[in-house]
Design a protein around this ligand. Structure first.
Ligand SMILES: [Zn+2]
Length: 525
């Protein structure tokens, strides 16, 4: 495929051949692996496109120019004049690494086909405390996209004190700080928490501040699945306030993960949150968020309905509580209220690929089929091993208000059984650039690439600029589209014609190449 591309004028060619131009430029002939030409290049610097060419060589962007240099030798010219060219998208909230831990290479095809070249893992307080070893493993086995990692507060807390529902002792807090420090040395992006989940939920704000301060010393970011996205206990607004307090007290940039107003009790509160964040910005705090463009969140039957206290300890201990006649009635009362909060039994769609004949049914349908009430049906499902659900609990008004904020970037929060894992970026494009244009194409690109790289301090990523890593997406603006939906959550998205990961084509003319060009992105302290 050495398809010579030459723009030499006859005179220049003659002069070059004679060696007469050699002294003028230092290099008589420039070479590149790829020359990409397009009328619609979004560089990530601002929201307006430019016409021009991009030169890629040895994994890097060599230059972005209004036209091809005269004395250029390229291996491959891509005429992308009918395509949008943009920095490869960056997804700051995924669970993709659950697919990387199998001791074998992983193409991460469901992200590549969305135009995503970098995924973050270790969100929600999860992941492995051994960040360095995890990076090493992914490098050794090979990976289709780049990956960056958080150190998860829940993982750190479990390592030190298991799933115990109590305050950490001073000694335990020191151990946790040491684990965070080690992970930051090994290149973690920052500290993630899942304060809604066990065991994050058992930590008070002071514990989180102490650990966030360690991450702050290394230039890390604090990313949080907040304590309450709904009205479970402290409420959505107080949970956002807790993040702002952590920003102030730990002096760390903070990021609200998959920001949403979950459930009828808190619909409309996006307006209050927008005002809180604007006020925080005015005070000089760094506050950002990500969002996925779906009305349903993804969780499990237990995650949606079970009171947190009932989940403490081992699975055996927790299941024993569900069979204990003294505790069960109280648990059922709380489950009933959680079900109301999430919109009732019709709003939980069992989408778990491993749940056999339950898949595709709502909790209401399962209850009717079994002749039991929805809470008893939920308990049966939980005791049989639990199941992933799509939980329809968000209002269009809140989603639309948040998507328009310039501090909100695109994410997927991809999890099994929810189409967001396969289609979040094209869905946001389809919903909010094409169908109801709340964003320009340039804003969509910026908030899916360079803005995200800026928030998290990714070096030389997220822009089309000389010296930056050659992560690029080339997509057809008319064909870029989601194909997955709630009933068919595992269908690859369409419309990405070319995708480069570190200068290697991961998608070539619409087809996955199988190349594993992703890198472990270790953050430099
Ligand atoms: Zn989460």
């Amino acid at each position: 495929m050495s398809n010579e591309f030459s723009r030499l004028s006859p005179l220049m060619g003659a002069l070059l051949a004679a060696g007469l131009l050699a002294g003028c430029s230092g290099s008589p002939e420039q070479s590149a692996d790829y020359l990409i030409s397009s009328q619609q290049i979004y560089t990530g610097n601002g929201t307006q496109p430019m016409a021009g060419v991009i030169l890629v060589k040895d994994g890097k962007i060599v230059d972005v120019l209004p036209e091809a240099p005269k004395n250029l030798r390229v291996a491959k010219h891509i005429d992308a004049n009918n395509l949008v060219v943009a920095p490869g998208f960056i997804d700051p909230h995924t669970h993709a690494c659950n697919d990387f831990d199998k001791g074998q290479p992983n193409l991460n095809a469901n992200y590549l086909t969305q135009g995503v070249t970098t995924v973050f893992c270790g969100n929600d307080g999860g992941g492995d405390v051994e960040v360095g070893a995890t990076f090493d493993l992914y490098e050794k086995q090979g990976i289709g996209s780049n990956v960056a990692l958080y150190v998860g507060h829940g993982a750190v807390r479990s390592e030190v004190m298991g799933r115990e529902n109590r305050k950490a002792s001073a000694a335990e807090l020191e151990q946790m700080k040491a684990l965070v420090e080690k992970a930051m040395h090994e290149g973690a992006l920052g500290l993630s928490t899942g304060l809604y989940y066990v065991p994050g939920n058992y930590a008070d704000t002071a514990e989180v501040v102490a650990l966030a301060k360690v991450a702050a010393q290394f230039g890390g970011v604090y990313d949080s699945h907040i304590r309450d996205e709904s009205s479970y206990h402290i409420g959505l607004i107080a949970a956002v306030q807790e993040v702002l307090d952590i920003a102030r007290d730990a002096e760390i940039p903070v990021h609200l993960a998959h920001l949403k107003a979950l459930g009828v009790d808190v619909w409309g509160e996006s307006q209050t949150i927008i005002k809180m964040v604007d006020d925080a910005h005015a005070k000089g705090l760094h506050v950002t968020a990500d969002q996925y463009p779906w009305k349903a969140s993804g969780t499990s039957v237990a995650g949606a309905l079970m009171p947190r206290w009932a989940l403490a300890g081992t699975e055996e201990e927790y299941h024993a509580r569900l069979k204990d006649p003294a505790q069960l009635p109280g648990i059922k009362v709380e489950m009933q209220d959680n079900l109301r909060r999430r919109g009732g039994a019709d709003s939980l769609l069992i989408s778990d690929p491993t749940s056999g004949e339950l898949r595709g049914k709502t909790l209401a349908q399962v209850a009717t089929e079994r002749g039991v009430d929805p809470i008893d049906a939920a308990l049966q499902i939980i005791l049989a091993g639990n199941a992933r659900v799509a939980s329809f609990n968000m209002s269009e008004q809140d989603i639309e208000a948040l998507v328009q904020q310039d501090w909100v970037v695109t994410s997927s929060d991809g999890s099994p059984g929810h189409p967001r894992k396969y289609a979040s970026f094209p869905k946001k494009y389809q919903d909010f650039v094409q169908n109801k244009p709340l964003l320009t194409l340039g804003e969509f690109v910026l908030r899916s690439s360079s803005k995200t790289a800026d928030i998290f301090g990714l070096d030389n990523r997220g822009k089309l600029q000389a010296g930056y890593a050659a992560d690029l997406v080339l997509f057809d603006a008319n064909k870029y589209a989601p194909r997955a939906d709630y009933m068919h959550p595992e269908v690859l998205s369409e419309g990405v014609q070319w995708l480069f990961v570190n200068g290697v084509a991961a998608i070539e003319e619409g087809k996955l190449t199988g190349e594993l060009a992703g890198q472990a992105l270790r953050k430099k302290p």
